[in-house]
Design a binder for this molecule. Structure first.
Ligand code: ATR
Length: 270
């Protein structure tokens, strides 16, 4: 059986083995997918051991998304721009290819819910999670992509970094207050993990608009609920993005596209 894994530290909480095992069943692929805890500073060794043991590919999560760069021979443009790798493929010729499927996972989930990605999008946050999704969002050719972050200079840096790829601007809190509502609002901050809202006015939402929180939990996040109570028609958490990024990795490895909605439903119920 072909072997795949997710590397992280800690890793016991990971839903990736469950998701990929479901994909394998659904597409009738004979593969095994496990979670491997690598020691900090020993990512390359852990990967070598896995490859020697027949590993064909892996996902990479915190804190190894940068270490994964160093072991790769070929790196996709979207991973380079994201400055993070979440998918490695161990090729027959001994080389390693690296990619980042987070942004594609988000965009696929947004599109499957008919989010108007060609209109005005607000992305809140300017950390690693935001950086990973900007290029795929700009590939949807939004009328405008605005980045807002609590620390404005980081939003400005990101807007400059991606300026060649589309209409991207950083806004201050004051500018946001003066702006009209956005068609799609995406929260990439880690604020939801501590039940907090980012410092943005409720006027960012538009009536009947679309909101997305990249975080997820056992219940709707505070951001998801806040968006609904401020006129959004659709407000989703990041479980679909999690399954979506896994699906894109699976397709890279197995050249078959798994169906995501049934897996998202199964995870919600579990
Ligand atoms: P990640 O990889 O999850 O993006 P990160 O790189 O540490 O993690 O970035 C966290 C992001 O969440 C940043 O944009 C951070 O804002 P600052 O740059 O101002 O620190 C944002 N963030 C975290 N907690 C927040 C909070 N309570 N309110 C607003 N923004 C918050």
């Amino acid at each position: 059986m072909d072997k795949y894994a997710v590397f992280g530290n800690p890793i016991s909480h990971s839903k990736s083995p469950l998701i990929h095992t479901e994909f394998a069943k659904q597409t009738e692929q004979a593969l095994q997918y496990t979670a491997i805890k690598a020691e900090i500073g020993q990512f390359a060794e852990a990967v070598n051991t896995f490859v020697a043991d027949g590993g064909k590919g892996c996902n990479v999560t915190v804190p190894f998304k940068e270490d994964a760069f160093k072991v790769a021979d070929h790196i996709s443009e979207r991973a380079q721009l994201a400055e993070a790798v979440n998918t490695l493929t161990f090729n027959e010729d001994g080389t390693i290819s690296a990619d980042n499927t987070d942004g594609a996972g988000l965009v696929n989930d947004l599109q499957s819910h008919q989010a108007p990605l060609n209109k005005r999008i607000l992305l809140i946050g300017a950390g690693g999670a935001a950086r990973g999704v900007i290029k795929p969002l700009l590939d949807c050719q939004p009328e405008q992509l605005v980045i807002f972050n609590r620390t404005h200079s980081k939003a400005q840096n990101l807007a400059e970094h991606f300026a060649d790829y589309g209409n991207i601007t950083a806004m201050t809190e004051k500018e946001l207050e003066q702006s009209t509502g956005f068609d799609v609002v995406i929260n990439s901050t880690s604020a939801s993990l501590s039940d907090e809202l980012p410092p943005v006015p409720a006027t960012i939402f538009s009536q009947g608009g679309f909101a997305y929180d990249m975080a997820y939990g056992n219940k709707p996040t505070v951001f998801v609920e806040w968006a609904l109570s401020n006129g959004c028609q659709t407000s989703l958490d990041g479980l679909g993005m999690l399954v979506g990024q896994a699906a894109v990795s699976f397709e890279i490895w197995r050249e078959v596209k798994p169906e995501t909605q049934t897996v998202i439903q199964a995870l919600r119920q579990s």
